[in-house]
Design a binder for this molecule. Structure first.
Ligand SMILES: Cc1ncc(COP(=O)(O)O)c(C=O)c1O
Length: 414
C-alpha cells in the first residue's frame, strides 16, 4: 500500500506543468491590488489584459461604495446559514427577480459560485433515466458536472451534425429527458454557440438547452446574453450566468421557468448544503444591475475597445481564430509552445504588457493562446501601446506567426 500523500511529492497532478514551475510568473502570479487596467506585477506597472472585468466595474466608485455600505450594515457574515433554513432574505429574493427579468425568464436561483451553480443545476435535474449531450469544448465546470452524472454523450464543438448523432444515440439509449449543455461564449476561444441549428435540433428531439453564458452575460445581446444576440432567448430552457466576470463580483444563477428554479433551489445539493450568498455580494449586485441600467454606455465602450483591439491586431497580421466576442485569443502556432512562452515573457519584462498564456489542459492539446480580455476601463492609449508592443515583440523575435498558423490549420482547429 502507498501513503495517500506520496503522490503530492512525486507528481504534479492535473496542472502538473504549472505546479512544477512554481515560479509565481506564469504559475500563480501575484498581482498587486486593486484590480484595473493597470496593475503592478513583480514591481512593475503593467497594462493588464488578464481579468474578466468586461464592463470595467472594478473602477466604479458607486459600486465599491455599495459594498462598503453593505459591509457596514451586515458584515461579511450575514446571512448566517443555508438558504433553506436561516440564510434567506428579501434581498436574495429581489435579486433573483431582477436576474429573471433581465434574462427574460420567470425566475432564477442563486448560487455562491458559478462552478457550484453548474454542478447544482445539473445534478438536481439529471435523474437516473436522463442524459446530457455536451459540447466537447465546454468549460471544466460543465464537464465535471457531466462526468459526475456518468450519463453524458459529447459532441464535436459547435457541430450540428455531430450533435444530431449524439441526440439520436441519447434517444436510443435513455428513456428520460435530454439536456444539451453548451456555452454561450466559449471563454478561451471567444467563438459563440452556433445557436440556430442547435435550437432546431433541440426541438426536433424534444431536448432542453442549458446554456452557460459566463462570458456572454453582460457582454453580448446588449448585456442580456447570447440568446438575445440571436433573438432566441426563449429557446434557452436554462440560462446560466456568473457574477465573477462582467459583474465583477462572485456567485452565479440559473434562470428558468418558476417550477424549475424552485426545484433547483430545493435539490441542488451544492447550494442546499452550503451557507447562502453573503449580503455584501447580493446587495452589491443589485446596485450593479441598477448602475448598468442607468449606464448602457459601459457596454458600448466595451465593444468599442474590443473592435479597436481586435482590428488592430488583425491588421498587424495576428490570427485571432473565430472570436465573435470580446474574448481575444492571439493564436500561437501549435508546435511553437516555447516561443509562445518567450513572447509572453518579452511582453511582460520589456513591454510591460501582461497577458495570460492558455494551454492544455485548459484547451485541447496542441493549442496555445495568448488570451486577452479587453474591458470598458481600458483607454485608447492602452490599446495602441499594446498593439505596438505586439508588433515590436514579434519583429524583434523574427516571428512569422500569421503564416505558420494558416499552414498548420490551427486557424480551423477551434
Ligand atoms: C463557462 C464557465 N462556467 C463556469 C465558470 C465558473 O464560474 P465561477 O468563477 O463563478 O465559479 C466559469 C469561470 O471560469 C466559466 O468560464
Amino acid at each position: 500500500m502507498k501513503d495517500l500523500f506520496a503522490k503530492c511529492s512525486e507528481e504534479g497532478g492535473y496542472f502538473s506543468y504549472f505546479r512544477m514551475q512554481r515560479d509565481r510568473y506564469f504559475a500563480m502570479p501575484i498581482l498587486e491590488l486593486p484590480p484595473g487596467p493597470h496593475m503592478v506585477f513583480q514591481g512593475k506597472e503593467m497594462i493588464q489584459w488578464v481579468i474578466n472585468d468586461y464592463l470595467g466595474l472594478t473602477v466604479i466608485p458607486e459600486i465599491k461604495e455599495a459594498a462598503i455600505e453593505a459591509a457596514n450594515r451586515w458584515g461579511v457574515y450575514s446571512p448566517m446559514g443555508a438558504r433553506i433554513l436561516s440564510g434567506n432574505t428579501e434581498y436574495h429574493v429581489k435579486l433573483e427577480k431582477m436576474l429573471a427579468k433581465h434574462a427574460g425568464k420567470e425566475d432564477a436561483a442563486l448560487f455562491n459560485y458559478g462552478y457550484m451553480g453548474v454542478q447544482g443545476t445539473t445534478h438536481s435535474l439529471i435523474g437516473k433515466d436522463d442524459v446530457i449531450v455536451i459540447d466537447k469544448l465546454s468549460h471544466a465546470s460543465m464537464m465535471d458536472a457531466a462526468f459526475a452524472t456518468r450519463r453524458f454523450i459529447p459532441f464535436r464543438h459547435n457541430d450540428p451534425h455531430s450533435l444530431e448523432l449524439a441526440l439520436k444515440r441519447a434517444q436510443r439509449l435513455h428513456d428520460g429527458g435530454i439536456m444539451i449543455m453548451i456555452e454561450g461564449v466559449y471563454g478561451m476561444t471567444g467563438d459563440i454557440a452556433n445557436l440556430p441549428p442547435i435550437v432546431d435540433l433541440k426541438k426536433k428531439y424534444g431536448a432542453r438547452i442549458f446554456m452557460d453564458d459566463a462570458h456572454g452575460h453582460g457582454t453580448m445581446g446588449k448585456g442580456r446574453g447570447l440568446g438575445f444576440h440571436f433573438g432566441l432567448q426563449d429557446e434557452i430552457d436554462i440560462y446560466f450566468g456568473t457574477f465573477a466576470k462582467a459583474y465583477a463580483a462572485i456567485g452565479g444563477f440559473s434562470a428558468a421557468p418558476e417550477p424549475v428554479c424552485e426545484y433547483i433551489q430545493f435539490n441542488a445539493r451544492s447550494q442546499v448544503f452550503a451557507k447562502s450568498l453573503p449580503m455584501v455580494v447580493v446587495y452589491t449586485i443589485i446596485k450593479t444591475m441598477e448602475y448598468l441600467q442607468a449606464h448602457p454606455e459601459r457596454y458600448d465602450k466595451l465593444w468599442k475597445n474590443t473592435h479597436k483591439l481586435q482590428n488592430g491586431l488583425r491588421e498587424a497580421g495576428f490570427s485571432l481564430g473565430k472570436t465573435q466576442s470580446p474574448v481575444t485569443p492571439v493564436m500561437v502556432p501549435a508546435d511553437d509552445f516555447k516561443t509562445g512562452m518567450a513572447f509572453l515573457h518579452k511582453m511582460r519584462d520589456e513591454k510591460h504588457i501582461l497577458i495570460s498564456g492558455v494551454m492544455y489542459p485548459v484547451v485541447p492539446k496542441g493549442v496555445f493562446l495568448a488570451r486577452m480580455i479587453p474591458t470598458a476601463a481600458h483607454t485608447d492609449e492602452d490599446i495602441d501601446k499594446t498593439i505596438t508592443a505586439f508588433k515590436e515583440a514579434r519583429d524583434e523575435m523574427g516571428l512569422r506567426w500569421g503564416e505558420t498558423i494558416e499552414k498548420n490549420g490551427l486557424h480551423h482547429a477551434i
